[in-house]
Every structure is written in structure tokens, then in C-alpha cells.
Ligand binder design. Structure first.
Ligand SMILES: NC(=O)c1ccc[n+]([C@@H]2O[C@H](COP(=O)([O-])OP(=O)(O)OC[C@H]3O[C@@H](n4cnc5c(N)ncnc54)[C@H](OP(=O)(O)O)[C@@H]3O)[C@@H](O)[C@H]2O)c1
Length: 335
């Protein structure tokens, strides 16, 4: 089978190689992959900035959809032909995480899905929502689950609450869609005026250009009065000060990403004086993915796919994602 593999950090070292198929264990499932979605994490992983200690060679990417091609003798969860998604963490099936569960992730440290086939334990898969194409479904395992785990599991999101989403990448667009699904009001930001209109079309009540309005936290407070109950913080340390202006008393900042930097001086007084919660999020367990899949199926929610590239075009897909020109998810179709 063919796979994109990294034998040294850096995009120039990402090579399409031919690899042998490994033998199937009794509880393992071989999946013929149909589509892979890219995450910012994959960019960091390939550049050697996510985990400089990552063992190489590595097949990158965590998010893949495929069809079951073969099952081991003791497999009970799946049959040949089933449409499946790989679980981001292969061992975090339910409940609270542990260090071991958080380490068992596809696309580093475990081999990833940017390949024609992958062999996984039967527990490391969940059922693909019926209404989605392979390209749309491949976007769910990391970006959608992160937004769901933050807002629904940790945040207990309810109708009428207000949610701030930052930028128009994968996690933020899913957070917008999930917030709308739950009847929440969304305030969304982007650095591209043309993307602001698309955010409105997806249901954002208010949109803000965060480059033109660097004090956007204050604008959020002006628009909402009390501030927002949830901030989906993908900017990280570089946007936290503005997020703390935007959040309501007793609200929660879901700390998810580092797009604007991982460390920065932050005044912690608003956190304690307004009983704000900072809640770290690390994607989520398989049981949450399954709950989300059912909810998306019932609502026939359609992920926002920006562009689909061919398998041989993987480097161009990564370059497109790195450009920041995308709106939603960048996907690679296989076969
Ligand atoms: N903790 C977790 O479990 C978890 C899971 C998934 C992702 N993440 C992290 O979350 C972040 C987002 O991931 P992603 O895959 O959704 O990224 P992505 O799709 O690559 O998002 C890129 C977009 O983010 C926006 N952006 C960039 N800098 C920004 C800033 N300073 N302020 C606000 N928006 C900014 C831009 O939107 P505009 O073009 O509209 O300005 C850009 O197009 C990354 O840091 C990623 O590592 C964490």
C-alpha cells in the first residue's frame, strides 16, 4: 500500500512510499481509507514543532474515514464493508483521560491515516454518520470532536447562551455549527472581510474583523452586554487577554489552540475577580465522538469542506491549509 511518510522533520521530507501491509491481529480491523482531513496539529507535527521527540518515520494525520476491508478472527464490533472513522485517541474510549490515553493518538505518536490502508484495534473505530460523504465525514475525529467536547461535555452548552468563536478554521466553524444546533447565539471573528459574510450565512449573529478591531474583546462586551458564556479559544496565549474581556462573569474560556502563540504575559485578575473558568480541552473520547455522530446524523449537519485534494496532491493540501486562505476543512480524497 502507498502512504505519505516522514523520515525527517520538515515538509520537504514528506514522501509518498510503498509499504508492506502488516498481518491482521485477532482483534484488529483493516480499513481501506477513503478520505483524510487536515488539522493544524498535522502541520506542527510535520514541522517537528508538536513533539520534537516524535519517533520517525511517521505516517502523519489523525483524521480518516474508510471502509472495513478485513477483520481479525475475534472481532465483534465490525463487519467487512462498514463505514468507519478512526478514533483520535485509540485508548481513550470513555470517561476522564489519563496520560496513557492522551498518548495513544493517531498521526503521532501512533502511525497516522495519510495512507491507502490502516490497521487498528476494533475499539479504535467509531461508526461514520450515514448522511455524510467520506470527504465530509473525515473532518469529524479531531476538529468537530474538540468543539463538541469543549462546548457540550465540559461546557454544558444550553439554548440562549452566547458563544464566541475565533477565526474560520476547522475547530471554530464546527463550534459555530454546534452552538447553532443547541440554540446558542454566536459571535464570530475573522481576519478576512469576505469570510465574515460566510460566517453570517452559517448563522453567526455578529461578526468582527479581529485584525481591523484589535480590541475585539471590548466589542464583544458591547454587543452582548454581559459578555459570552463560552469562548472557544483557538488563538491561545496571544488572544487570551481579549477573550477575558469578552467572557461573562462565571463564563468559561475553552483553551484549545495556540494559533496566536503558546505563551504570553496575561493579567490573571479578571479570571479570579469574575470567576472565569479556564478549561483545557484535548479532543475527546470515543463515546463523545459517537454521541456527536448521532446528533449530526439527526440534524443532518454538514461539515464545511473548503477544498478537496487528490492523494498525490498532499503537499499542496498542506500548503493551502498553511496559507490560512481556507474556510473550514481541507480534505484529501483517496482512491
Ligand atoms: N486542544 C485540542 O484538542 C485541539 C484540537 C484541534 C485543534 N487544536 C488547535 O486549535 C487551533 C485551531 O486548529 P484548526 O485545525 O481549527 O486550525 P486551522 O483550520 O488551520 O485554522 C486556521 C484559521 O485560524 C484563524 N486564526 C489564525 N490566527 C488567528 C488569531 N490570531 N486569532 C483568531 N483566529 C486566528 C484564521 O482564520 P481567519 O482566516 O478567518 O482569520 C485561520 O484561517 C490550533 O492551534 C490547533 O493546534 C487543538
Amino acid at each position: 500500500m502507498r502512504a505519505w511518510q516522514l523520515d525527517s522533520f520538515g515538509f520537504e521530507h514528506l514522501k509518498l512510499v510503498e509499504l508492506p501491509e502488516r498481518a491482521l491481529g485477532a482483534r484488529e480491523v483493516r480499513v481501506k481509507l477513503r478520505a483524510v482531513a487536515l488539522n493544524y496539529r498535522d502541520q506542527l507535527m510535520i514541522a517537528g514543532r508538536y513533539n520534537p521527540q516524535q519517533a520517525l518515520p511517521l505516517i502523519p494525520c489523525s483524521d480518516g474515514m474508510g471502509e472495513v476491508e478485513a477483520v481479525g478472527a475475534e472481532v465483534t464490533r465490525w463487519r467487512v464493508g462498514d463505514r468507519v472513522l478512526g478514533a483520535f485517541s485509540q485508548r481513550w474510549l470513555a470517561g476522564a483521560p489519563t496520560r496513557d490515553k492522551l498518548r495513544a493518538t493517531l498521526g503521532g505518536p501512533l502511525p497516522g491515516v495519510l495512507a491507502e490502508k490502516i490497521t487498528l484495534d476494533e475499539q479504535g473505530l467509531w461508526a461514520c454518520p450515514q448522511h455524510l460523504t467520506p470527504e465530509a465525514a473525515a473532518t469529524l475525529p479531531c476538529a468537530a470532536l474538540t468543539a463538541w467536547h469543549a462546548l457540550v461535555d465540559h461546557g454544558r452548552l444550553t439554548a440562549g447562551q452566547r458563544v464566541l468563536v475565533q477565526g474560520t478554521g476547522g475547530v471554530s466553524i464546527f463550534a459555530l455549527q454546534i452552538a447553532r444546533l443547541f440554540g446558542a447565539e454566536v459571535i464570530a471573528t475573522s481576519s478576512h472581510p469576505e469570510k465574515l459574510e460566510r460566517l453570517r450565512a452559517l448563522g453567526a449573529a455578529h461578526v468582527i474583523d479581529y485584525k481591523a478591531d484589535p480590541d475585539w474583546g471590548k466589542t464583544v462586551r458591547r454587543l452582548t452586554g454581559e459578555g459570552v458564556e463560552h469562548v472557544v479559544e483557538v488563538g491561545g496565549a496571544g488572544t487570551l487577554t481579549q477573550s477575558l474581556r469578552a467572557v461573562s462573569v462565571g463564563g468559561v474560556v475553552h483553551v484549545i489552540g495556540v494559533l496566536a502563540g503558546a505563551s504570553h504575559e496575561v493579567d490573571v485578575r479578571p479570571i479570579l475577580m469574575q470567576e472565569v473558568r479556564l478549561s483545557g480541552v484535548m479532543v475527546g473520547p470515543r463515546e463523545s465522538a459517537e454521541a456527536m455522530g448521532r446528533a449530526f446524523e439527526l440534524a443532518r449537519l454538514e461539515p464545511v469542506v473548503d477544498r478537496v485534494f487528490g492523494f498525490e496532491e498532499a503537499p499542496a493540501a498542506f500548503a493551502h491549509q498553511a496559507s490560512g486562505a481556507h474556510f473550514g476543512k481541507v480534505v484529501i480524497s483517496i482512491g
